[in-house]
Design a protein around this ligand. Structure first.
Ligand code: SF4
Length: 323
């Protein structure tokens, strides 16, 4: 049997960079050889869902596939461990000598068991199984919510018989000062083409484009950018993204307070899950505290809710999956 031709898989976030990347892929390889894939975090703005899953498919004559991270295995493991503690086994027998921030009592474990179930919202499920929210310095959300499901999608296409799959990623060095600082001259992250292995290749065609080029590509193709850019947003992704700038948090709170309230409810659920464990004080930053801070003139420039001492991973957003 002849191998099917190379498939070009574009990771589409609904942001300007991934949309420009999709336009280049379609121009060069045609609809029949391109698949657009949207990794749904369950934490996007409704405008982004409409743009990526309705407007772009209609305007470009394509379908957009959707992938969602699934944490069923992690929930099952965590529930099994909690059940053992609730039944009276010491935590050390369940987890060995690993050290945790909070110590489970049997009562807290029994109560957590009642709460700990998949919600079907990937971002919230990730927070529940990890016992907290990601932060700018612990940016595992990109890996779990986007990189892994998108890679699995590309590998599944290879199993369908394509000779190779190119994963197109809309990362740009100039997308932000911090990305420029992290990517310039750091080696692997700045390459526009990489061999991932097993027939999978990584391609970053707009790595050195300027933002003007990105909007020009939209205009030339007759495609309007995500409307959120006209509503005070400089980036499109989770609402809000842990990397959102201070001014952006302020804008989100002013224009889209329902998204702040949604995060506040999720925080309650995730922290409620830990109440009753020894060592949990219930204190800590909340989205409402961050919003208040965003209205002040003090402090840094970015949303950094749960920053800790771990160093930022230089490549965490090098895939351009989280604009
Ligand atoms: S958009 Fe931001 S919060 Fe969402 S997965 Fe990406 S880095 Fe994490």
């Amino acid at each position: 049997m002849n191998a099917r031709p190379i498939l070009h898989v574009v990771s589409l976030s609904g942001g300007k960079d991934s949309t420009a990347t999709l336009l280049v892929a379609l121009e060069l390889h045609g609809r029949e050889n391109v698949r657009a894939v949207f990794a749904d975090t369950g934490n996007e703005h409704e405008v982004t869902y409409e743009y990526a899953l309705d407007y772009l498919p209609g305007a470009l004559g394509i379908t957009v596939d959707v992938v969602r991270a699934d944490f069923a295995d992690e929930f099952a493991t965590k529930r099994a461990n909690l059940a053992r503690i609730a039944a009276g086994e010491p935590e050390s027998a369940v987890y060995g000598s690993r050290e945790f921030m909070y110590a489970w009592t049997p009562e807290a474990a029994a109560r957590a068991l009642e709460l700990l179930r998949p919600t079907g919202v990937p971002f919230l499920d990730l927070c529940l199984v990890r016992g907290g929210f990601p932060s700018r310095k612990r940016q595992y959300c990109t890996e779990y919510l986007k990189t892994r499901p998108l890679t699995e999608y590309a590998l599944a296409r290879l199993e369908e018989g394509h000779s190779a799959a190119w994963s197109w990623q809309g990362v740009r060095i100039d997308e932000s000062d911090s990305r420029r600082d992290r990517l310039q001259g750091t080696g692997a992250c700045v390459r526009s083409f990489e061999v991932a292995g097993g027939g999978l290749f990584i391609y970053r065609p707009i790595l050195r484009w300027r933002v003007e080029d990105v909007f020009d590509a939209h205009a030339v193709a007759g495609i309007r950018p995500n409307p959120l850019y006209r509503q005070g947003m400089s980036r499109v992704g989770c609402m809000p993204c842990i990397n959102a700038a201070k001014v952006e948090i302020r804008e989100i709170a002013r224009r889209f307070p329902q998204h702040i309230e949604r995060i506040a409810k999720w925080e309650e659920l995730v922290s409620f899950f830990h109440l009753g464990t020894q060592g949990h004080t219930g204190a800590g930053s909340t989205i409402h505290a961050v919003v208040e801070w965003s209205k002040t003139t003090r402090g840094g420039r970015q949303y950094d809710l749960l920053a800790d001492a771990e160093p930022a991973t230089a490549c965490a957003s090098a895939y351009g999956l989280c604009e």
